[in-house]
Structure formats: structure tokens, C-alpha cells
Ligand binder design. Structure first.
Ligand SMILES: [Zn+2]
Length: 247
């Protein structure tokens, strides 16, 4: 796929980077990414990916905009209250970059529909707010051999990592949370600037993975403490008996 003059102008600050260049920008244009959750994480991921010129962006969210979202979800405005988040987020992305094909999906990902919804993409970014969804997304990514950037934030703690089949997110979390579909944020609270930090990191991981920048980060989990303001990185061991990726 080639880049038009308008695209060369738009992505000039990417293209001048030796790590990206025209080749990297075309990789972004050729890629298709699905973002699960247009919440606090998604509100950082979606503008970053749309701005970066990802060719096709699918946005999956079943909720409607509520006033309590606005503290951390700058995709939405007060007048969006009651409208579908997937659709509103898609309109935001389209207004930002008309070169991106944006597909809103107003649905909730479950163990039974995850493979169908995520198949056909090249990378998945999960910014959903509960373990049941995150595990269903991870299992589907393992089944399709899709790279997954999984990101979560609650209170002042954030975590984000890239998974490529093995170890998978389930190796890290285990099987105890499949039925846990409660909304962590509603119960525990979360700082808006924290979800933005973790979401931006997730977008960077995804872009680096697509373009092939830096060392492969697969299997590492990056943990951020929003009170002490520090990052640390742990290696996730593969679980031999993992029911998703185990032998
Ligand atoms: Zn696993």
C-alpha cells in the first residue's frame, strides 16, 4: 500500500524517525487492530492509534456513555450521555483521521463470541474493566495466534503487557476469575490520569510491535505505581498446565 501526499504530510513526524520511516508507516496503514473497551484505557489508545494511521480500527464496547465516565474518558462529552460508546468513539476516531477505517461494534465480548469478534485482525488491545472479558479475549487471542496487549488500571495501580500465544494472560491470572464480571472501577475508583498513562503505554507497545521497533516485549508485564510514580517490569512464566496455551 502506498501513501498519498496528504498522508506523507500528516505522518511527517513518524516518517522522519529512522525506526519508522515510510516502510513503518505503511505497516501501520496495512494493519488492523481491535480495541476492546472504549473506557479509560481505550480513551488513550483510540486517539493514539487513529492519529498514528492504523489502517483499520475496530472498537468493541457494549455500554452507553455515563456522566461518571467523563472524569477519565475524553473521547466523550456531556452531550454524548446515553449514546453507545463504540459509536461515539468511532466518530471521534473518524473526525481525527479520515484515512482510518473505523468499525464500531456494540457488543460485550464473552467466551462464546470472542473468537468471531477478534478473528481477522492483526493485533488486539484489551482495555476492558473486568477479568471475565480479559480472559475471554486472551483465550481467543491464543486460539487465533493473535498478539494481545492487555492493559488494566484501578485506583493508583496499572499493568500492561504484550502477550504472544505463550505465556498468555491466563498463565498470569489463572482460572479463578472467569466468572468475575464486576466493574472494578465502580467499586474501587481509579484516577483518570492513571488510565491515560496506561492506555498510552499500551498504544506504544502496539505500535512498536506492528512496526517492529525495539526488543520484542512479549511475556513481560509492566507495572506502574501511580502514587510512587515508578514502573517495574516482571517476566511472566508460562504455566505448563494453562488451559489456554499449555501443552
Ligand atoms: Zn497460558
Amino acid at each position: 500500500m502506498t501513501l498519498s501526499d496528504a498522508e506523507l504530510d500528516r505522518y511527517a513526524r513518524h516518517i522522519v524517525l529512522p525506526q519508522v520511516g515510510g516502510v513503518g508507516q505503511r505497516k501501520l496503514k496495512d494493519s488492523s487492530v481491535v480495541v476492546v473497551g472504549a473506557g479509560g484505557i481505550g480513551s488513550a489508545v483510540i486517539p493514539a492509534l487513529a492519529g498514528a494511521g492504523i489502517g483499520r480500527l475496530t472498537i468493541v464496547d457494549s455500554d452507553v456513555v455515563e456522566l461518571s465516565n467523563l472524569q477519565r474518558q475524553p473521547l466523550f462529552r456531556e452531550r454524548d450521555k446515553g449514546y453507545a460508546k463504540a459509536e461515539m468513539a468511532a466518530q471521534f476516531a473518524h473526525r481525527l483521521n479520515r484515512f482510518v477505517k473505523v468499525v464500531p461494534v456494540q457488543d460485550r465480548i464473552t467466551a462464546s463470541n470472542a473468537r468471531a469478534l477478534l478473528g481477522g485482525h492483526e493485533l488486539v488491545i484489551d482495555g476492558s474493566d473486568n477479568f471475565a472479558t480479559r480472559l475471554a479475549v486472551s483465550d481467543a487471542c491464543v486460539a487465533h495466534a493473535l498478539p494481545l496487549v492487555s492493559a488494566a488500571a484501578v485506583q493508583f495501580q496499572g499493568q500492561v503487557g504484550l502477550f504472544r500465544s505463550r505465556p498468555c494472560y491466563r498463565c498470569f491470572v489463572g482460572d479463578a476469575f472467569d466468572a468475575d464480571d464486576c466493574d472494578n472501577c465502580a467499586e474501587l475508583g481509579v484516577l483518570g490520569a492513571l488510565t491515560a498513562t496506561i492506555g498510552s503505554f499500551a498504544a506504544l507497545l502496539a505500535i512498536n510491535a506492528i512496526v517492529g521497533i525495539g526488543e520484542d516485549q512479549a511475556g513481560k508485564l509492566h507495572l506502574f505505581d501511580g502514587e510512587r510514580l515508578n514502573w517495574r517490569t516482571i517476566q511472566i512464566p508460562a504455566d505448563r498446565s494453562c488451559r489456554a496455551c499449555g501443552a
